[in-house]
Design a protein around this ligand. Structure first.
Ligand code: ASP
Length: 267
């Protein structure tokens, strides 16, 4: 099945032919009622794993006991079993079960039958490669477009965007395509960082995003600082957390928006 916005094989970016599809699909996206919780990072310094977002996860998923399908594919230096256990511990405390996709012989079927989809962080390139290898990019995208709640953090938030190109990660593997699930029509830069270490000559995060926008001028980028998340529900989007998000668009000065602002213009 071709990617919903960018037909297979066509490169993403300035290509004029993609612009029409882009607009049509934005109209289509607005007719869907997706439920997304896109979290910047799993853990704040000095805190336990997935501690700060746990109340928001609970509010998002509700009181009914659910079994969430977990996608651990972003793990590189630790096993899927270990990852599943860590996430299961936290979700268990909230009243939900976690079952990782690596236990299923037919991953697409597991997605099609899932009550909730949870995608954990790690290396985004590895995650995208494994999602492609297992035919999950379209499977999860279709499932979530049809209303199944989606929780992602970090790399799991990157793959909810049109492309993986605003990840912070090193390209450790050929992702077999840069297009991701396109659940939201803008890019997230998770773990967004203002500071540049003293005496360090490398690009700032802002400079890297400016480079992205130079090549991809039609997209917004949301710099999502640690400790914050975006909630999409009922055709609305808002920011949760005490820090502002920095919104980048080519040719405009970046804007800082807080949790009282309406983010729905990005949808
Ligand atoms: N490596 C991040 C994560 O924790 C993703 C990113 O920074 O783009 O998933």
């Amino acid at each position: 099945m071709p990617h919903p916005r960018y037909p297979q094989g066509e490169s993403y970016g300035l290509k004029g032919t993609n612009r029409g599809d882009f607009k049509n699909d934005i109209a289509e996206l607005k007719t869907l009622n997706m439920k997304l919780l896109l979290i910047s990072n799993s853990t704040m310094p000095g805190e336990a794993y997935l501690d700060y977002p746990k109340h928001e996860i609970k509010t998002f998923l509700g009181n009914k006991p659910l079994t969430a399908l977990f996608i651990p594919y972003a793990a590189v230096t630790f096993s899927f079993d270990e990852y599943e256990q860590k996430v299961a511990d936290r979700f268990g405390e909230l009243g939900y079960q976690i079952k990782s996709i690596h236990h299923f012989s037919d991953p697409v079927k597991a997605v099609n039958e899932a009550e909730v989809i949870v995608v954990g962080g790690g290396n985004t390139w590895q995650l995208v490669r494994m999602m492609h290898d297992n035919q999950l990019m379209d499977a999860i995208s279709t499932k979530v477009r049809n209303g199944t709640p989606y929780v992602g953090w970090s790399a799991g938030s990157n793959v909810a965007c049109p492309t993986l190109r605003t990840t912070n990660d090193m390209p450790i593997i050929d992702p077999k395509g840069f297009d991701t699930m396109d659940l939201v029509p803008f890019q997230i830069n998770p773990h967004y960082l203002d500071a540049n270490p003293e005496g360090h000559g490398g690009e700032t995060r802002e400079q890297r995003i400016e480079e992205f926008l130079e090549i991809n001028p039609d997209l917004y980028v949301v710099g999502l600082r640690e400790g914050t998340m975006l909630l999409v529900d009922d055709h609305q989007m808002r920011l949760i957390g005490n820090r502002t998000a920095r919104i980048f668009r080519k040719g405009t000065t970046p804007v800082e928006l807080n949790s009282a602002d309406n983010f729905s213009f990005l949808l």
